[in-house]
Design a protein around this ligand. Sequence first.
Ligand code: MF3
Ligand code: CO
Ligand code: CO
Length: 324
Amino acid sequence: MRSTRNIIQAARSFKTCFVDFFKSLSKTDDLLSHRFTHNSFGKYDIVKPWSVSEKADVPVYIPQPSYSQTSVPKDGPEIPEIKDAYQIECMRDSCKLASYILHQVNPLIKPGITTDSLDKQVHDMIIGNGAYPSPLNYRGFPKSICTSVNNVACHGIPDNRPLQDGDILNVDITVYLNGYHGDCSAMFQVGEVDSEGKRLIAITKLCLKEAVRICKPNEHLYNIGNVIEEIADKHNLNVIPVCLGHGIGTYFHGAPDIFHFANDYSGRMQSGMTFTIEPILSQGSTQLEILEDGWTACTVDNSRTAQFEHTILITDDGHEVLTL
Ligand code: MF3
Ligand code: CO
Ligand code: CO
């Protein structure tokens, strides 16, 4: 186990202030360039941001979170909230909708379609179900979903780059329904993906599954990270430490912090808690840089990453995956 204090500090800074924590590098020269790489990490395109379309509208009859106008979210709780039966029902509904929509994504993904068009289609589905797409204007995020392709680890902004044969991408969907957020994400493959890409996806999915499996009342929160890092290590993959899971409810992000790397941080699970587990594994470096847009988080060595996410509820006798 490595010493956790610095990493936890870094993770917190990342969460609260993405731009300040990492040096923002000018990537302007690379814009629109096409660079196909074939290295020890496999065969894939190194992705840089393309142009982004106008902000989408949300009809006035859709209930909106406080930040939809101001871009500033209300603070989430500092200690984990224990939800009552009514709050749990609301979480079930928002999570069910988020996962339903995530399940609609696979047939939409083909070589040549843009993540911008994916964003538009998902945006319409979310609104069509009476919900608000939680990322839209959250701390100024410009789109309704996050789409993170190849070397983009998280918070990728949907843009006009056509997906290419061999790309892998995470699509992260969060909806705000009846006053509660539900959050989940999964990996998708475009056309034929190389074997290293497939392996990265499979092991990351396994990490989430095994971490969810241990969740029950009184379990140490730190065991989530211990389980994930052990599996990643065994398969020669690396956990990105600054990306945390989080408590969720009427707020998008709140206590508890969920560390995905081996740690001995305090806190135990209790019946009525709802939080996400969302490990990101890298083929190479675990260090990220944030691009000029203030969001796109890329690995510094352009290695690929994969991420899966569920929102879970701790129950009296174990757990319930709310975003199945
Ligand atoms: N859905 C992401 C998560 O899992 C958060 C995205 S924040 C956004 O926590 F602003 F980029 F949407
Ligand atoms: Co999340
Ligand atoms: Co998410």
